[in-house]
Design a protein around this ligand. Structure first.
Ligand SMILES: NC(=O)c1ccc[n+]([C@@H]2O[C@H](COP(=O)([O-])OP(=O)(O)OC[C@H]3O[C@@H](n4cnc5c(N)ncnc54)[C@H](OP(=O)(O)O)[C@@H]3O)[C@@H](O)[C@H]2O)c1
Length: 325
């Protein structure tokens, strides 16, 4: 099959090259990939800073949508030709990928492969971190940094469905407007305003119950200032730096918690449980059209490097998709 390979040159060129086909385990299917979507982690992996977990494919790509083309021996309900999408530990930037059947999600009838490829990683990330790790409760408020990212646009949709007031930060007025249109109660341009001041003034000084943060670094102290009593801060990325100084007495007095979390390195059984719980709770909303990934742009796989550049320059609102076949 053909797949994207990262060439070890200065540019870390992405080349569409022939590689061995994946093998199909007895409880797996092979999927002919029609579309995959970019995630920030792909940029880090390409740069050699985020190696795949052991036993995972070293091909880029954490999600995909396509057609089942080979069935393992012990595959129950799935059939050849079924339209499916799935979260992957790697291997999405390819013509074929092996997926454990319990990780598959059926593509809703009126969804395109591009839409379906954009769902797994960002919606399962939000579900894991906001609902499972931070345990967001009915009526609680949430602040999400990177509101216009793939993950941020998914968070706005899920919080709107569960009726939780959601506040986001983003880096331009265009992104702020997109977040508001999607349902954010408050969207703050962090380049123009201090997000702590804005959230405190909007909440009459109360702050928020949950924060999902992709920045860390200099945001940590400010995040903690915003946490209510028993608040939870989930750190899911460190775009702003990995080291910082915080006043632990504030954390203690507020009986607040800081949680660190990654999805990719979790075991298959944990991911199956996450996927199943997400489907139990949110799939009816997917089928009703209340959940729909926001797509920024679609590139052919031959232009994967242009797509990466688009993300690197922080130009996307929602997901960037690669069309494969
Ligand atoms: N832990 C996990 O399991 C997990 C899973 C999935 C994703 N993630 C993380 O979640 C984040 C979003 O992922 P994605 O794929 O949706 O990303 P994305 O679409 O590329 O969006 C990332 C956005 O973050 C903002 N940003 C970048 N650098 C920043 C900085 N130094 N300070 C503040 N904001 C910055 C930019 O928006 P502005 O223009 O608004 O600044 C950028 O567009 C990534 O950091 C990713 O690594 C974590």
């Amino acid at each position: 099959m053909l797949a994207i390979q990262v060439i070890a040159d200065e540019e870390r060129t992405l080349a569409w090259q022939r590689v061995p086909d994946p093998t199909c385990g007895s409880e797996e299917v092979l999927v002919d990939v029609c579309a995959t979507a970019l995630n920030r982690a792909d940029l880090f992996q390409r740069a050699g800073k985020y190696p795949p977990p052991s036993a995972a494919s070293d091909i880029l790509g954490l999600e995909m949508a396509g057609k089942v083309s080979v069935l393992g021996d012990k595959v129950g309900d799935w059939e050849l030709g079924d339209r499916v999408c799935a979260l992957l530990p790697g291997g999405g930037y390819a013509e074929r990928v092996a997926v454990p059947t319990e990780m598959l999600m059926p593509i809703p009838k009126d969804w395109s492969y591009e839409q379906a490829a954009s769902l797994p990683e960002c919606f399962l990330t939000v579900f894991t971190n906001v609902y499972m790790e931070a345990g967001l409760q009915s009526g609680e408020t949430i602040l999400v940094h990177g509101g216009a990212s793939g993950v941020g646009t998914a968070a706005i949709q899920l919080a709107s469905i569960t009726g939780n007031p959601i506040f986001v930060t983003a880096g331009s007025s265009e992104k702020v407007n997109a977040c508001k249109q999607l349902g954010a109660d408050l969207a703050i341009n962090y380049r123009k305003h201090d997000f702590v001041d804005k959230v405190l003034s909007y909440t009459n000084g109360k702050g928020v119950d949950v924060i999902m943060d992709i920045v860390a670094g200099s945001y940590m102290e400010r995040n903690i200032q915003l946490l209510k009593s028993k608040g939870r801060l989930v750190v899911i990325s460190t775009l702003g730096g990995v080291r910082t100084e915080i006043d632990l007495s504030v954390l203690m007095r507020r009986r607040a918690r800081i949680i660190g979390s990654v999805l990719r390195s979790r075991s298959v059984s944990e991911k199956i449980e996450i996927k199943q719980r997400f489907m139990d709770y949110f799939w009816p909303h997917v089928l009703e059209g209340r959940i729909m990934p926001v797509i920024d742009s679609i590139y052919p796989i031959s232009q994967a490097m242009l797509a990466h550049q688009h993300m690197k320059e922080n130009r996307n609102i929602g997901k960037i998709v690669l069309k494969i076949q």
